[in-house]
Design a binder for this molecule. Structure first.
Ligand SMILES: Cc1cc2nc3c(=O)[nH]c(=O)nc-3n(C[C@H](O)[C@H](O)[C@H](O)COP(=O)(O)OP(=O)(O)OC[C@H]3O[C@@H](n4cnc5c(N)ncnc54)[C@H](O)[C@@H]3O)c2cc1C
Length: 481
């Protein structure tokens, strides 16, 4: 580790930085610039001291995508101003560190929304761009790449370049996990909505065929959807799930009234975030203990959850109207966060598979999960559409997001199951979401992301000394360790 330098710029300091999920512990020199000059000063400092840089947003990716042990993390979160809002074009220009939630506060009451928002509303714009995140509307609006009109990026040589959708670098930078330079600001395309409210429907599906049939209908007539799946249901019940589908709906109110109820909604969201996370944290050790009896416990829980959804559906109680804020962001605080669900040895895996192979893929993946000594604690399905990013996760198909909680005594067996899941994904040309990965090995990565060589060619042109990297890029062999 380089020695700690007393003549550091005032906006840089050494800090412990951990992964959000699992137990990756790092110590990095964290630069928190407030303007472009300080970003350039960081570049110069790093070159002078032989240090590498990993740009970082809010650090809400799960594993090591925004970590770089013993080197420099450039934390962009203090550059968070809204620079321009063009109501006519429905476009907003913001600094890279602006949180998605701050964009909602600016535009939602004006009947505009930001498609492709992940469940983590505190993600920054540059984090969302570089990880090319996806939302519950991914089959309709695609991943975050689809919303980017233009951006500016500081390259390793200190130059700022403008990149719009037609620029040759667009598909390398968007989704490029921060390896090409530091995103400084971006313009995003917003979409009109009839009101900030959604009509939400829950559809229980007894098996994989019912699930895919219902999803096909949902994808035609709804705007957002997320599916809870029972990874413990086997045989004829494989794929048993509950589909949560939502569509934007009318809700009479003046702009001032919308602002008032949305402001209350943001306050509630913030309160529930603190309360929910605090409460879950307090009960974390208990959850950890309970997960030693994971299989019987989740078997019962999942059956109960499904039975309750069936009952609600039969008695006409499976529909309600709620704010988008609640459906997309707030509802997630009712369940424990990923780091508690996964525990100290755990990890998440989000993988895609093509629509044309959905049935076989679900059956195969559920079979592998059930053969694991630690099947996933949670399993969530989403629909997607493809984009052209060189490291893009999205494709015309579905994704499954698993949260795994391996125990000390079955770590090896759990890891073997993960390898089979990754192999099954690679075989179908599917992808593993890098923002949630901490398990892929170099051989697996190069099979899953065959276009990574194109990204490296562009990187060697923009960053010949290899200034930008991350622990993830090193782990999967994208950049030298
Ligand atoms: C509760 C929760 C729910 C989530 N739900 C979803 C979901 O629904 N869908 C989904 O896709 N993801 C989801 N995620 C993952 C998260 O949204 C993404 O990892 C997102 O990228 C995090 O944004 P961030 O600002 O924290 O970025 P970071 O984690 O800090 O960084 C992400 C990547 O962007 C790069 N980067 C960041 N800023 C810059 C910059 N200025 N210049 C260059 N590179 C930069 C980093 O190097 C890194 O590669 C979730 C995470 C949590 C905690």
């Amino acid at each position: 580790m380089p020695s700690e330098n007393p003549s550091l710029p005032s906006f840089m300091e050494w800090k412990e930085v951990d992964s959000l999920v699992g137990s990756i512990r790092t110590r990095s020199l964290v630069a928190r610039p407030t303007n472009v000059d300080q970003c350039r000063e960081t570049l110069v400092y790093c070159k002078q001291h032989g240090l590498k840089i990993c740009p970082r947003g809010a650090g809400r990716s799960y594993g090591d995508e925004a970590l770089l042990d013993s080197q420099v993390l450039l934390d962009i979160s203090a550059m968070n101003q809204i620079l321009d809002f063009d109501e006519e074009k429905a476009q907003i220009t913001i600094e890279a560190g602006t949180r998605l939630l701050d964009i909602y506060q600016e535009v939602h009451y004006r009947l505009l929304t930001l498609p492709s928002s992940p469940t983590e509303s505190h993600s920054t714009v540059s984090g969302a761009i570089c990880a090319n995140v996806n939302g519950k509307d991914a089959w309709k609006h695609g991943s975050f790449a689809h919303q980017v009109v233009r951006l500016s990026m500081l390259t390793a040589d200190g130059e700022t370049i403008e990149i719009d959708r037609s620029h040759e670098l667009f598909n390398a930078v968007v989704g490029g996990i921060g390896l090409t330079g530091i995103i400084l600001d971006a313009t995003l395309q917003l979409k009109p909505i009839p009101s900030p409210y959604l009509e939400v429907h829950r559809y229980p599906a007894p098996d994989v065929d019912a699930l895919l049939e219902t999803m096909a209908k949902v994808e035609e007539s709804y705007d957002l959807a997320v599916v809870w799946m029972d990874a413990y249901a086997s045989g004829k019940k494989t794929g048993r799930s509950v589909i949560h589908a939502a569509k934007w709906t009318e809700h009479d109110a003046t702009e001032a009234e919308r602002k008032t109820y949305l402001d209350a909604g943001y306050e509630r969201l913030d309160k529930h975030r603190r309360l929910g996370l605090g409460l879950h944290e307090a009960f974390g050790p208990l959850l950890n203990l309970m997960l030693y009896a994971q299989k019987p416990m989740l078997h019962v829980f999942n059956r109960l959850y499904y039975a309750m959804s069936q009952f609600a559906s039969r008695t006409g109680r499976s529909t309600n109207t709620e704010l988008f804020l609640r459906f997309s962001f707030e509802a997630s605080f009712t369940v424990p966060p990923a780091h508690l669900v996964c525990g100290a040895r755990g990890y998440t895996v989000q993988l895609t598979f093509p629509r044309s192979q959905a049935r076989e893929a679900i059956i195969e993946l559920m079979g592998i999960c059930q053969s694991s000594p630690s099947p996933p604690v949670t399993t969530i399905l989403r629909a997607h559409k493809s984009d052209d990013g060189l490291l893009s996760f999205s494709e015309d198909g579905y994704s499954l997001n698993f949260e795994f909680h391996p125990k000390k005594h079955n770590e090896t067996g759990s890891r073997q199951a993960i390898d089979r899941i990754i192999d099954a994904t690679a075989k179908r040309g599917g992808k593993i979401h890098l923002a949630k990965d901490q398990v892929m090995r170099p051989d697996q990565f190069s099979r899953i992301y065959p276009r990574h060589g194109e990204l490296l060619k562009i990187k060697s042109r923009l960053d010949p000394e290899g200034l930008f990297t991350s622990d993830l890029a090193r782990r999967v062999g994208l950049t030298p360790s």
